[in-house]
Design a protein around this ligand. Structure first.
Ligand SMILES: Cc1cc2nc3c(=O)[nH]c(=O)nc-3n(C[C@H](O)[C@H](O)[C@H](O)COP(=O)(O)O)c2cc1C
Length: 343
Protein backbone atom coordinates (compact mmCIF):
# COMPACT_ATOMS: atom_id res chain seq x y z
CA UNK A 1 0.00 0.00 0.00
CA UNK A 2 1.40 3.42 -0.84
CA UNK A 3 1.31 6.42 1.46
CA UNK A 4 -1.38 8.20 -0.58
CA UNK A 5 -3.88 5.37 0.05
CA UNK A 6 -3.47 6.06 3.75
CA UNK A 7 -3.89 9.83 3.43
CA UNK A 8 -6.77 9.79 0.92
CA UNK A 9 -9.60 8.70 3.30
CA UNK A 10 -8.69 11.57 5.63
CA UNK A 11 -8.60 14.11 2.81
CA UNK A 12 -11.92 12.86 1.44
CA UNK A 13 -13.59 13.55 4.81
CA UNK A 14 -12.72 17.24 4.45
CA UNK A 15 -14.50 19.83 2.34
CA UNK A 16 -12.99 19.51 -1.16
CA UNK A 17 -11.45 22.99 -1.37
CA UNK A 18 -10.06 22.72 2.16
CA UNK A 19 -8.46 19.36 1.26
CA UNK A 20 -7.05 20.91 -1.92
CA UNK A 21 -5.40 23.79 -0.05
CA UNK A 22 -4.21 21.57 2.78
CA UNK A 23 -2.62 19.11 0.34
CA UNK A 24 -0.76 21.80 -1.58
CA UNK A 25 0.56 23.39 1.61
CA UNK A 26 1.65 19.98 2.95
CA UNK A 27 3.35 19.22 -0.35
CA UNK A 28 5.31 22.45 -0.12
CA UNK A 29 6.40 21.65 3.42
CA UNK A 30 7.29 18.03 2.58
CA UNK A 31 9.38 19.21 -0.35
CA UNK A 32 11.19 21.77 1.81
CA UNK A 33 12.14 19.19 4.42
CA UNK A 34 13.02 16.67 1.74
CA UNK A 35 10.64 13.77 2.45
CA UNK A 36 8.76 13.73 -0.85
CA UNK A 37 10.75 10.85 -2.30
CA UNK A 38 8.49 8.53 -0.22
CA UNK A 39 5.44 9.73 -2.13
CA UNK A 40 6.63 9.61 -5.71
CA UNK A 41 9.16 7.42 -7.46
CA UNK A 42 11.22 8.84 -10.27
CA UNK A 43 9.98 7.53 -13.64
CA UNK A 44 12.52 6.24 -16.11
CA UNK A 45 13.67 9.08 -18.36
CA UNK A 46 11.65 9.12 -21.58
CA UNK A 47 12.71 12.30 -23.29
CA UNK A 48 10.72 13.41 -26.31
CA UNK A 49 10.70 16.58 -28.31
CA UNK A 50 7.34 18.25 -28.87
CA UNK A 51 6.84 21.85 -30.07
CA UNK A 52 10.63 22.16 -30.13
CA UNK A 53 10.85 21.48 -26.38
CA UNK A 54 12.45 18.42 -24.84
CA UNK A 55 10.17 16.85 -22.25
CA UNK A 56 11.91 14.47 -19.79
CA UNK A 57 8.73 12.35 -19.75
CA UNK A 58 5.32 12.70 -21.41
CA UNK A 59 3.12 13.03 -18.29
CA UNK A 60 2.36 16.57 -17.21
CA UNK A 61 0.28 18.37 -14.61
CA UNK A 62 -2.86 19.97 -16.07
CA UNK A 63 -3.77 23.61 -15.45
CA UNK A 64 -5.86 24.73 -12.51
CA UNK A 65 -4.17 22.92 -9.65
CA UNK A 66 -1.53 25.59 -9.18
CA UNK A 67 -3.31 28.69 -10.43
CA UNK A 68 -0.76 31.17 -9.04
CA UNK A 69 2.38 29.08 -9.61
CA UNK A 70 2.90 29.04 -5.85
CA UNK A 71 3.69 25.33 -5.56
CA UNK A 72 5.97 24.60 -8.52
CA UNK A 73 8.85 23.07 -6.58
CA UNK A 74 6.63 20.76 -4.51
CA UNK A 75 4.80 19.62 -7.64
CA UNK A 76 8.07 19.15 -9.51
CA UNK A 77 9.14 16.67 -6.82
CA UNK A 78 6.27 14.43 -8.03
CA UNK A 79 8.29 13.99 -11.27
CA UNK A 80 5.90 15.43 -13.80
CA UNK A 81 7.45 15.77 -17.24
CA UNK A 82 6.03 19.29 -17.32
CA UNK A 83 3.91 21.55 -15.14
CA UNK A 84 1.19 23.86 -16.40
CA UNK A 85 0.30 26.69 -14.03
CA UNK A 86 -2.67 29.12 -14.19
CA UNK A 87 -5.21 29.93 -15.48
CA UNK A 88 -4.06 33.43 -14.74
CA UNK A 89 -5.86 36.66 -15.70
CA UNK A 90 -4.49 40.21 -16.13
CA UNK A 91 -6.01 41.47 -12.87
CA UNK A 92 -6.46 39.49 -9.64
CA UNK A 93 -10.00 38.20 -9.08
CA UNK A 94 -11.62 36.16 -6.29
CA UNK A 95 -13.54 33.67 -8.43
CA UNK A 96 -17.00 32.39 -7.53
CA UNK A 97 -18.42 32.08 -4.01
CA UNK A 98 -17.62 28.93 -2.02
CA UNK A 99 -18.47 26.09 -2.04
CA UNK A 100 -17.22 25.73 -5.61
CA UNK A 101 -15.42 22.38 -5.64
CA UNK A 102 -17.27 19.07 -5.29
CA UNK A 103 -16.37 15.40 -5.49
CA UNK A 104 -18.59 13.02 -7.40
CA UNK A 105 -16.89 10.16 -5.63
CA UNK A 106 -19.12 7.40 -6.99
CA UNK A 107 -17.88 8.11 -10.52
CA UNK A 108 -14.39 9.33 -9.61
CA UNK A 109 -15.35 12.75 -10.89
CA UNK A 110 -14.92 16.34 -9.73
CA UNK A 111 -17.14 19.33 -10.40
CA UNK A 112 -15.59 22.77 -10.07
CA UNK A 113 -16.87 26.28 -10.63
CA UNK A 114 -13.86 28.17 -9.36
CA UNK A 115 -14.18 30.86 -12.04
CA UNK A 116 -10.47 31.69 -12.46
CA UNK A 117 -9.75 32.68 -8.87
CA UNK A 118 -6.17 33.97 -9.05
CA UNK A 119 -3.82 36.66 -7.82
CA UNK A 120 -3.25 38.16 -11.27
CA UNK A 121 -0.49 37.77 -13.82
CA UNK A 122 2.11 39.92 -12.01
CA UNK A 123 1.94 37.75 -8.89
CA UNK A 124 2.18 34.58 -10.97
CA UNK A 125 5.27 35.84 -12.76
CA UNK A 126 6.95 36.65 -9.43
CA UNK A 127 6.25 33.10 -8.23
CA UNK A 128 7.61 31.55 -11.43
CA UNK A 129 10.76 33.65 -11.07
CA UNK A 130 11.22 32.44 -7.49
CA UNK A 131 10.81 28.72 -8.32
CA UNK A 132 13.95 26.59 -8.39
CA UNK A 133 12.48 24.11 -10.89
CA UNK A 134 14.35 24.18 -14.18
CA UNK A 135 12.01 21.93 -16.16
CA UNK A 136 9.19 22.73 -18.57
CA UNK A 137 6.61 25.21 -17.33
CA UNK A 138 3.47 25.97 -19.29
CA UNK A 139 1.63 29.14 -18.33
CA UNK A 140 -2.11 29.05 -18.97
CA UNK A 141 -3.72 32.43 -19.62
CA UNK A 142 -7.33 33.63 -19.57
CA UNK A 143 -9.45 36.74 -19.40
CA UNK A 144 -10.95 38.50 -16.38
CA UNK A 145 -14.62 37.67 -15.73
CA UNK A 146 -15.65 41.31 -16.23
CA UNK A 147 -13.82 41.82 -19.54
CA UNK A 148 -16.44 41.57 -22.29
CA UNK A 149 -15.73 39.05 -25.05
CA UNK A 150 -15.27 41.89 -27.58
CA UNK A 151 -12.21 42.93 -25.56
CA UNK A 152 -10.99 39.46 -24.64
CA UNK A 153 -8.10 39.64 -27.10
CA UNK A 154 -6.57 42.49 -25.07
CA UNK A 155 -6.60 40.38 -21.89
CA UNK A 156 -4.86 37.49 -23.63
CA UNK A 157 -2.28 39.85 -25.13
CA UNK A 158 -1.57 41.46 -21.75
CA UNK A 159 -0.97 38.03 -20.23
CA UNK A 160 1.08 36.77 -23.17
CA UNK A 161 3.43 39.76 -23.00
CA UNK A 162 3.92 39.42 -19.24
CA UNK A 163 4.49 35.67 -19.12
CA UNK A 164 6.45 35.22 -22.37
CA UNK A 165 9.95 35.46 -20.92
CA UNK A 166 9.16 33.02 -18.10
CA UNK A 167 7.21 30.30 -19.90
CA UNK A 168 8.40 27.22 -21.79
CA UNK A 169 5.05 27.37 -23.59
CA UNK A 170 1.85 29.38 -23.17
CA UNK A 171 -1.67 27.93 -23.21
CA UNK A 172 -4.63 30.02 -24.31
CA UNK A 173 -7.64 28.88 -22.35
CA UNK A 174 -10.94 29.57 -24.08
CA UNK A 175 -12.68 26.50 -22.75
CA UNK A 176 -13.45 27.00 -19.07
CA UNK A 177 -17.21 26.69 -18.54
CA UNK A 178 -17.04 28.90 -15.44
CA UNK A 179 -16.41 32.30 -17.05
CA UNK A 180 -19.60 33.49 -18.69
CA UNK A 181 -19.53 33.20 -22.51
CA UNK A 182 -15.82 32.31 -22.57
CA UNK A 183 -16.48 29.26 -24.72
CA UNK A 184 -18.00 31.49 -27.39
CA UNK A 185 -14.40 32.40 -28.23
CA UNK A 186 -14.17 28.92 -29.76
CA UNK A 187 -16.53 30.07 -32.54
CA UNK A 188 -14.89 30.63 -35.90
CA UNK A 189 -14.94 34.43 -36.32
CA UNK A 190 -13.89 35.23 -32.75
CA UNK A 191 -11.29 32.46 -32.69
CA UNK A 192 -9.74 33.53 -35.96
CA UNK A 193 -9.25 37.08 -34.64
CA UNK A 194 -7.81 35.81 -31.37
CA UNK A 195 -5.37 33.40 -33.00
CA UNK A 196 -4.19 36.00 -35.49
CA UNK A 197 -3.58 38.59 -32.76
CA UNK A 198 -1.67 36.10 -30.61
CA UNK A 199 0.52 34.90 -33.48
CA UNK A 200 1.35 38.47 -34.42
CA UNK A 201 2.31 39.26 -30.83
CA UNK A 202 4.32 36.04 -30.55
CA UNK A 203 6.36 37.10 -33.60
CA UNK A 204 7.11 40.48 -31.99
CA UNK A 205 8.03 38.86 -28.68
CA UNK A 206 10.28 36.40 -30.47
CA UNK A 207 12.17 39.31 -32.02
CA UNK A 208 12.44 41.10 -28.69
CA UNK A 209 13.47 38.10 -26.60
CA UNK A 210 15.29 36.02 -29.24
CA UNK A 211 13.47 32.98 -27.92
CA UNK A 212 10.49 31.26 -29.54
CA UNK A 213 7.80 30.34 -27.02
CA UNK A 214 5.18 27.98 -28.48
CA UNK A 215 1.49 28.73 -27.93
CA UNK A 216 -1.20 26.08 -27.53
CA UNK A 217 -4.98 26.37 -27.50
CA UNK A 218 -7.03 24.52 -24.89
CA UNK A 219 -10.45 23.41 -26.04
CA UNK A 220 -13.63 21.97 -24.53
CA UNK A 221 -14.91 18.41 -24.80
CA UNK A 222 -18.43 19.68 -25.55
CA UNK A 223 -17.93 20.37 -29.25
CA UNK A 224 -19.56 18.82 -32.30
CA UNK A 225 -17.19 17.09 -34.72
CA UNK A 226 -17.67 19.90 -37.24
CA UNK A 227 -16.57 22.47 -34.65
CA UNK A 228 -13.50 20.42 -33.78
CA UNK A 229 -12.59 20.24 -37.46
CA UNK A 230 -13.11 23.97 -37.87
CA UNK A 231 -10.86 24.67 -34.88
CA UNK A 232 -8.20 22.30 -36.25
CA UNK A 233 -8.32 24.11 -39.59
CA UNK A 234 -7.90 27.49 -37.90
CA UNK A 235 -4.95 26.21 -35.86
CA UNK A 236 -3.28 25.09 -39.07
CA UNK A 237 -4.14 28.28 -40.90
CA UNK A 238 -2.61 30.44 -38.18
CA UNK A 239 0.36 28.18 -37.52
CA UNK A 240 -0.49 27.49 -33.89
CA UNK A 241 2.04 25.31 -32.09
CA UNK A 242 -0.20 22.84 -30.27
CA UNK A 243 -3.64 22.03 -28.96
CA UNK A 244 -4.70 20.79 -25.53
CA UNK A 245 -7.79 18.59 -25.46
CA UNK A 246 -9.75 18.81 -23.27
CA UNK A 247 -11.04 20.97 -20.48
CA UNK A 248 -13.96 19.90 -18.22
CA UNK A 249 -17.44 19.02 -19.50
CA UNK A 250 -20.86 20.53 -18.88
CA UNK A 251 -22.50 17.16 -19.60
CA UNK A 252 -23.89 15.16 -16.69
CA UNK A 253 -25.05 11.98 -18.45
CA UNK A 254 -22.25 9.91 -16.92
CA UNK A 255 -23.05 10.97 -13.34
CA UNK A 256 -26.86 11.27 -13.33
CA UNK A 257 -28.44 10.76 -9.92
CA UNK A 258 -25.14 10.70 -8.05
CA UNK A 259 -24.26 12.89 -5.06
CA UNK A 260 -23.22 16.41 -6.17
CA UNK A 261 -23.97 15.62 -9.83
CA UNK A 262 -26.34 18.58 -10.07
CA UNK A 263 -23.80 21.16 -8.93
CA UNK A 264 -23.08 23.76 -11.62
CA UNK A 265 -19.60 23.80 -13.13
CA UNK A 266 -17.21 21.71 -15.18
CA UNK A 267 -17.01 17.96 -14.62
CA UNK A 268 -13.62 16.26 -14.78
CA UNK A 269 -12.16 12.85 -13.96
CA UNK A 270 -13.41 9.47 -15.17
CA UNK A 271 -16.76 10.84 -16.49
CA UNK A 272 -15.00 13.09 -19.06
CA UNK A 273 -12.55 10.45 -20.26
CA UNK A 274 -14.34 9.20 -23.36
CA UNK A 275 -15.52 12.64 -24.45
CA UNK A 276 -11.98 13.91 -24.31
CA UNK A 277 -10.61 10.91 -26.20
CA UNK A 278 -13.18 11.41 -28.96
CA UNK A 279 -12.08 15.04 -29.41
CA UNK A 280 -8.41 13.97 -29.50
CA UNK A 281 -9.21 11.39 -32.18
CA UNK A 282 -11.12 13.95 -34.26
CA UNK A 283 -8.27 16.45 -33.96
CA UNK A 284 -5.68 13.82 -34.89
CA UNK A 285 -7.68 12.84 -37.94
CA UNK A 286 -7.82 16.44 -39.13
CA UNK A 287 -4.33 17.57 -38.13
CA UNK A 288 -2.49 14.53 -39.48
CA UNK A 289 0.48 15.12 -37.21
CA UNK A 290 1.08 18.69 -38.36
CA UNK A 291 0.37 20.10 -34.89
CA UNK A 292 0.89 18.11 -31.66
CA UNK A 293 -2.00 17.28 -29.35
CA UNK A 294 -1.70 17.22 -25.57
CA UNK A 295 -4.34 14.81 -24.27
CA UNK A 296 -6.09 15.46 -20.97
CA UNK A 297 -9.35 14.32 -19.40
CA UNK A 298 -10.11 11.38 -17.15
CA UNK A 299 -6.70 9.73 -16.98
CA UNK A 300 -7.07 7.70 -13.79
CA UNK A 301 -4.75 4.84 -14.56
CA UNK A 302 -1.91 3.83 -16.84
CA UNK A 303 -4.23 2.32 -19.42
CA UNK A 304 -6.17 5.62 -19.73
CA UNK A 305 -2.92 7.44 -20.46
CA UNK A 306 -2.03 4.94 -23.14
CA UNK A 307 -5.49 5.34 -24.68
CA UNK A 308 -4.90 9.09 -25.10
CA UNK A 309 -1.60 8.40 -26.87
CA UNK A 310 -3.25 5.82 -29.12
CA UNK A 311 -5.94 8.37 -29.98
CA UNK A 312 -3.23 10.73 -31.23
CA UNK A 313 -1.77 12.63 -28.28
CA UNK A 314 1.98 13.32 -28.09
CA UNK A 315 1.88 14.17 -24.38
CA UNK A 316 -0.73 13.83 -21.63
CA UNK A 317 -1.74 15.77 -18.55
CA UNK A 318 -3.53 14.78 -15.37
CA UNK A 319 -5.47 16.58 -12.66
CA UNK A 320 -8.40 14.61 -11.20
CA UNK A 321 -6.45 11.35 -11.35
CA UNK A 322 -4.01 12.83 -8.89
CA UNK A 323 -6.83 13.34 -6.38
CA UNK A 324 -8.36 9.88 -6.84
CA UNK A 325 -5.20 7.83 -7.31
CA UNK A 326 -2.33 9.93 -5.90
CA UNK A 327 1.05 10.90 -7.30
CA UNK A 328 2.05 7.28 -8.05
CA UNK A 329 -0.09 7.72 -11.18
CA UNK A 330 2.64 9.82 -12.81
CA UNK A 331 5.15 7.00 -12.77
CA UNK A 332 2.55 4.35 -13.72
CA UNK A 333 1.39 6.37 -16.71
CA UNK A 334 4.97 7.00 -17.81
CA UNK A 335 5.75 3.30 -17.72
CA UNK A 336 2.71 2.33 -19.80
CA UNK A 337 3.32 5.03 -22.40
CA UNK A 338 6.95 3.98 -22.62
CA UNK A 339 5.95 0.47 -23.64
CA UNK A 340 3.53 1.90 -26.24
CA UNK A 341 6.37 3.82 -27.88
CA UNK A 342 8.60 0.80 -27.90
CA UNK A 343 6.09 -1.12 -30.02
C1 LIG B 1 -10.58 22.01 -9.68
C2 LIG B 1 -10.20 22.18 -11.11
C3 LIG B 1 -9.76 23.43 -11.56
C4 LIG B 1 -9.39 23.60 -12.90
N1 LIG B 1 -8.95 24.82 -13.32
C5 LIG B 1 -8.51 24.96 -14.60
C6 LIG B 1 -7.96 26.19 -15.03
O1 LIG B 1 -7.82 27.15 -14.28
N2 LIG B 1 -7.58 26.28 -16.34
C7 LIG B 1 -7.67 25.23 -17.21
O2 LIG B 1 -7.28 25.36 -18.38
N3 LIG B 1 -8.18 24.05 -16.81
C8 LIG B 1 -8.59 23.89 -15.53
N4 LIG B 1 -9.09 22.69 -15.13
C9 LIG B 1 -9.23 21.59 -16.12
C10 LIG B 1 -8.07 20.61 -16.07
O3 LIG B 1 -6.86 21.25 -16.40
C11 LIG B 1 -8.33 19.44 -17.05
O4 LIG B 1 -8.37 19.95 -18.36
C12 LIG B 1 -9.64 18.72 -16.76
O5 LIG B 1 -9.88 18.63 -15.38
C13 LIG B 1 -9.65 17.30 -17.34
O6 LIG B 1 -8.61 16.52 -16.81
P1 LIG B 1 -8.76 15.52 -15.56
O7 LIG B 1 -9.95 14.65 -15.84
O8 LIG B 1 -7.47 14.78 -15.50
O9 LIG B 1 -9.00 16.36 -14.36
C14 LIG B 1 -9.48 22.50 -13.81
C15 LIG B 1 -9.90 21.25 -13.34
C16 LIG B 1 -10.25 21.08 -12.02
C17 LIG B 1 -10.71 19.72 -11.54
Amino acid sequence: MDIYSLIKPILFKLDAELAHNFTLKSLKLAQKIGILSFLAKMPRAQPRTVMGLTFPNPVGLAAGLDKNAAYIDGLAALHFGFIEVGTVTPRPQPGNAQPRLFRVTEAEGIINRFGFNNLGVDALVENVKRAKFKGIIGINIGKNFDTPNERAVEDYLICLRKVYAFASYVTVNISSPNTKNLRQLQETAALSLLLAALKQEQAKLFQAHRRYVPITLKIAPDLEEEQVEKIADLLLEHGFDGVIATNTTLARDAVEGMDNADEAGGLSGAPVKDKSTVVIRQLAQRLQGRIPIIGVGGILNAQDALEKMQAGASLVQIYSGLIYRGPGLVQEACKEIGSFNAN
